[in-house]
Design a protein around this ligand. Structure first.
Ligand code: SF4
Ligand code: SF4
Length: 114
């Protein structure tokens, strides 16, 4: 008798979001156009008095980067990180696979869902 299958496929990628909060002008494009609707406005203010987005459903982010494509201020982008890769390991340790931001602007990594 063949072994039963669960029907659950392991994902090869997971999504992560990087947000430079102080660049955000609160236009809401990233929240509006995120396909799985995993972003919301933070209740906190950035240094210019705007509410930046936060990731409210880490597992739902696919890393599609539509948020990055629509953001007029380059304040957010998404990445698809291979699961079980060196990049995923570095990312899990809080290090961006893209390296340090030469601008010196602090970026906030959010996500890591499957
Ligand atoms: S990378 Fe895609 S799924 Fe993730 S927050 Fe951005 S638009 Fe949404
Ligand atoms: S699209 Fe960019 S500027 Fe607009 S709310 Fe999102 S992060 Fe802020």
């Amino acid at each position: 008798m063949p072994a039963a299958t669960t029907g659950v496929k392991a994902r090869k990628f997971r999504g992560e979001v990087f947000i430079t909060e102080d660049r955000c002008k609160e236009c809401g494009f990233c929240i509006e156009f995120c396909p799985p609707k995993v972003l919301e406005f933070s209740k906190e203010f950035n240094r210019h008095g705007y509410h930046p987005p936060i990731l409210v459903n880490e597992a739902g982010c696919t890393g599609c980067d539509l948020c990055g494509l629509y953001c007029p201020d380059f304040a957010i982008y998404g990445l698809r990180v291979p699961v079980e890769s060196p990049a995923a390991t570095a990312s899990a340790a809080g290090v961006s696979p893209l390296g340090n931001d030469a601008s010196g602007v602090e970026r906030v990594r959010q996500g890591g869902g499957i």
